[in-house]
Design a protein around this ligand. Structure first.
Ligand SMILES: *[C@@H]1O[C@H](CO)[C@@H](O)[C@H](O)[C@H]1NC(C)=O
Ligand SMILES: *[C@@H]1O[C@H](CO)[C@@H](O)[C@H](O)[C@H]1NC(C)=O
Ligand SMILES: *[C@@H]1O[C@H](CO)[C@@H](O)[C@H](O)[C@H]1NC(C)=O
Length: 608
């Protein structure tokens, strides 16, 4: 990913030169959309233009609103206005930012707005796109063979100038640098990029894309009038014109609900089996016990209904297995919010994987961490129909163990009581019984800080061996929270087993997290270095690993693992241990004043 950041900077010079646009203009977006954000005044030499597409809008009656709506309607990330009202759109801004004073011309349709100047653009950004540096060529998926022979225009609008013979990778890189969601290779040597697939373009039989790429005969680069088409959904707006935000979900973290009804009501239950019992039951939190009242009775007063989901006894499902470690199954999801929550649950388990998997199984934890990141990416790039099944179809968890037998399903118990006297019928009343049910999942932001060192080469996002500090954040169990333990160190897959900390215990929580990280650093990273061929005079033994340059996969003891970077594991054991130790001491030092002040002040609300 770092190399791509540089690519973003370099793109102004490289990518856009020589593109030609033959785009059909779609109408402006008339639906409500998130407002574009003003981003500054940018120079436009016109060769190439800073924003790639000049709209056909009337420049003599232009407003910021008109230009932005047209760029939105056509799927572009940026809108720019120049010279009293020439409206441009683009996926990247290919010119340097200049002083605000250089954008000084009033807009022709509203003189209190600014429309750039002779060679400058007032630029606005659609905030509903992922940052370009979070997207790379691997995000393009092939769509197969498509036609590009319509008399109405090209399938993709922007032809790219490619240095030398063409490969698929070169074309995807070029389109990615230009921020284009669609890419296509054609006629052995042509590379095209686009925001949309053009009018009158259709999927074609695969055999019609029959030309080898001029730069790599093992790949296909379209055919005559045929494109090998690719799409990176991550480069499209997450909220395109016409996007309707999902209905706010009823919160799943409610501990008790009030129902004004004439009979006992079963609240909207999860897909677990529902049974009504009267026996006292331990709740999801081992420390909380509820004393249920008598069986539900028909009554005309308000009822408080509380649901308690009791996890099945031992035999837990193993959703993702690394060595001796099993992940706690992630909650299912069905919209952006629940999807992100599942991602959090995944991320909070990464530390426990390194701690518990055992060597060399712990090496698989990097892949698990990547899998969690894939979930986040999936959440953000999906626009509707979020589902765990849909995600897992493309990215199945590794080594899951069979689901538990059906008689072992969680049971949901419903208790019903008459509510305490209420002041009025309109407001929600305090529940008569409080039980801990499903727990909110804190976002995985660490209260403790990862230290930095240039000398040893670690810092935030780049810990030694790629092994992150275990996350310390808000406690997800209300029973513990209420007893004065707002914090928790997530170092176990099952959060009930994680260490909890009082408000003044943040320093200790971080010190413990630093220690966990140190131990994992030694057990996983330094251990790999020790067992590699390197420390053995280069002689190969049963356990060794080979770097495959430019790939993030390593062969270790006959198994392939994926690692955080290609320089991973190149230290010898002594050097690796020193680095782990230095990081540990710095970690204690930078966290010595961590108080968690202002964090986790409300249960299930945060601030995380
Ligand atoms: C300018 O555009 C506005 C709508 O954006 C329209 O109402 C007005 O009539 C136009 N004026 C001219 C002179 O075309
Ligand atoms: C002109 O632009 C200003 C500043 O954006 C805005 O407050 C005003 O409502 C606009 N006037 C019209 C007629 O749209
Ligand atoms: C496609 O082109 C035809 C003919 O020019 C036009 O009528 C139609 O509206 C176009 N469709 C789109 C989606 O641009």
């Amino acid at each position: 990913m770092p190399s791509l950041r540089t690519a973003v900077v370099a793109l102004a010079a490289a990518a856009i030169a020589g593109v030609q646009a033959t785009e059909v203009e779609l109408p402006p977006c008339l639906d409500p959309f998130q407002p574009f954000v003003y981003s500054g005044c940018f120079e436009d030499t016109g060769n190439p233009s800073a924003l790639v597409w000049r709209t056909l809008l009337d420049q003599n009656n232009m407003t910021v609103e008109d230009c932005v709506a047209t760029c939105k309607g056509n799927g572009y990330r940026y809108a720019g206005l120049a010279y009293y009202g020439v409206c441009y759109c683009g996926q990247t801004v290919n010119g340097p930012q200049v002083d605000e004073s250089q954008c000084s011309f009033p807009c022709s349709g509203n003189s209190s707005q600014t429309c750039g100047a002779d060679r400058t653009l007032s630029v606005y950004t659609d905030p509903t796109f992922l940052p370009l540096d979070e997207v790379d060529v691997e995000d393009y998926s092939p769509l197969g063979c498509w036609t590009d022979d319509s008399s109405l225009g090209r399938a993709l609008t922007y032809r790219q100038n490619i240095d030398g013979p063409l490969t698929t990778e070169k074309c995807l890189q070029q389109c990615r640098n230009g921020g284009f969601p669609f890419a296509g290779t054609e006629y052995a040597g042509e590379c095209w990029c686009g925001i949309v697939i053009g009018n009158d373009t259709f999927a074609a039989p695969a055999e019609e894309c029959n030309m080898a790429c001029s730069g790599d005969s093992s790949e296909t680069c379209g055919g005559p009038g045929r494109l090998n088409l690719y799409v990176a959904k991550e480069l499209q707006s997450l909220e395109p014109c016409g996007y309707v935000p999902p209905e706010p979900e009823p919160t799943t973290t409610t501990t008790a609900t009030t129902a004004e009804t004439t009979s006992a009501t079963v609240p909207p239950a999860s897909d677990s089996t529902t049974s009504t019992t009267t026996a006292p039951t331990t709740t999801a939190s081992p420390t909380t016990t509820t004393t249920p009242p008598a069986a539900p009775t028909t009554t005309t007063s308000a009822l408080c209904v509380s649901t308690t989901t009791v996890a099945p006894a031992p035999a837990p499902t193993c959703e993702y297995k690394c060595g001796n470690w099993c992940s706690e199954p992630l909650p299912d999801w069905k919209d952006l919010t629940t999807c992100k929550s599942s991602f959090s649950s995944c991320k909070l388990q990464v530390a426990s994987c390194f701690k518990k998997a055992g060597f060399p199984g712990s090496l698989e934890c990097f892949a698990f961490a990547d899998w969690c990141s894939d979930i986040e990416r999936y959440c953000l790039s999906t626009r509707s129909g979020w589902s765990k099944t849909g995600f897992c179809k493309n990215k199945p968890p590794k080594n899951p163990s069979p689901a538990p037998p059906t008689n072992n399903k969680p049971t949901t118990t419903v208790y019903t009581t008459t509510c305490a006297p209420t002041k009025g019928a309109t407001t929600t009343t305090k529940p008569a019984t409080t039980t801990t049910t499903q727990c909110p999942i804190p976002t995985p932001t660490n209260i403790c800080k990862q230290p930095s060192s240039n000398q040893h080469g670690y810092g935030p996002g780049n810990p030694i061996g790629g092994i992150e500090l275990p996350i310390v954040t808000c406690n997800d169990l209300s029973a513990e929270y209420d007893k004065g333990y707002p914090f928790k160190r997530y170092s176990e897959p099952d959060s009930r087993k994680c260490a909890k900390y009082p408000r003044n215990g943040c320093v200790n929580a971080c010190a413990d997290a630093c220690k966990d990280q140190y131990e994992d650093c030694i057990d996983v990273y330094a251990e790999t270095c020790r067992q590699s061929g390197k420390s053995n005079g280069g002689r190969k033994r049963d356990n060794y690993f080979e770097h495959q340059e430019n790939k993030r996969t390593f062969l270790f003891g006959g198994n392939l693992f994926s690692f955080p970077s290609s320089s991973w594991g190149k230290d010898d054991f002594t050097k690796a241990s020193e680095k782990c130790k230095a990081q540990y001491q710095d970690c204690l030092y930078v966290n010595r004043g961590t108080t968690g002040g202002g964090k986790c002040t409300k249960f299930a609300v945060g601030p995380w």
